[in-house]
Write a protein that binds this ligand. Sequence first.
Ligand SMILES: Cc1ncc(COP(=O)(O)O)c(C=O)c1O
Ligand SMILES: NCC(=O)CCC(=O)O
Length: 419
Amino acid sequence: MNSKVLFNEGKNYIPGGVSSPVRAFKPYPFFVKCGHGSKIEDVDGNKYIDYCLAYGPLILGHSNEELVKSIYEDLKLGTAYGAPTEAEITLAKKVVDRVPYVDMIRFVNSGTEATMSAIRLARGFTGRNKILKFDGGYHGAHDYVLVKPGSGGATSPDSLGIPKDTTKNTLSVPFNDENILEKVVLENKDDLAAIIVEPVMANIGCVEPKVGFLKLLRALCDEYGIILIFDEVITGFRVSRGCAGEYFGVYPDLATFGKIIGGGFPMGAFGGKKELMENIAPAGKVYQAGTFNGNPISVKAGIFTLDKLDHIFYKSLKDKGDFIRNSLEEFKDENLLNIQVVGLASMFQIYFNDKPVLNYELAKKSGTDNFSYYFNHLLKNGIFIPPSQFECCFISNTHSQEDLEKTVNIMGDALNLIK
Ligand SMILES: Cc1ncc(COP(=O)(O)O)c(C=O)c1O
Ligand SMILES: NCC(=O)CCC(=O)O
């Protein structure tokens, strides 16, 4: 069956025909047959160079041969036990070793569970109720954080089914705006348990913090006894070996992880200072549990993946990111285009905007019609990026120079047609 037929069939059994709203695009999404290295192939026989990479986890590309072989051996030993394994300790140690602000870690199943649990821990530890997030920050699909969310929430905000009582304790302010931030923190300091932030706002495209912004967060949290949570579900093991806190030189109290830490299998995690983490059950009184927590297959894939990520790996990935960003910048200058090329390390995006994009409001003012045209032109020519302006593109170590050159040429064609 081809993608069109599958989509029409799927819609009868699966709401919208997809298992997550971000996967739907018009007229219908392609259905995947397989992925190898930098390429993903659909059931219609098309092959795409993939910059979605499952929304970030696949830093080693699709179906890394060595990983698949070793997981195949692991599968023979069982897929879940409901009892601890040595591999969990091995992975925990690897994270603690790499990430300077993580002393202890709990493995869960998704980024959503990670942020939900980290917020509970911050509330349990401080005895306070409120949390502060940033407009366009996406921290998963649970009730507390679906307030002005980015990602799919940017196009369908205000989900039904969330009681106002649940979100009355969630404050949201613009990213990169020191004045509003300080004002809101001051007004709420006595009941503010946590500030949760994506150190790079990767669910509104890709917006970096202004110099000093994360430091200000750290200082405010220190002054008023607020827990600083970096949501590193995207930036964790993506921007550097020691994650975004190391990259920017600002350490949070807690960090949440997902995507790369599971090596392409479902996993999330949260970790941080020992004095905080020791409050997690059964060591402490903040409850957190899960049938598949620390799943042996995800944990083994995580270990395999982290073992590949040394400084040379990140340097090579950054070079690939620089190639794409620099080529697009040159193209922009030569053709006098009104676009913004953004990103860092192996993350990139463009905005159809003549002004720098510092926050969600400005991201929303970018030309989303142009973005749709750009996405479709790329897709028609064998390049797959996430189908929304409010997502980020990712590069793996399997993206070859040939892939990158082909990509920037096709991107250039699309931009010229839009001009
Ligand atoms: C920054 C961030 N936090 C949390 C999540 C939620 O992770 P998951 O989709 O694994 O629940 C995402 C997912 O995209 C994310 O980008
Ligand atoms: N940046 C948003 C996501 O990665 C979400 C993926 C999904 O729900 O499929």
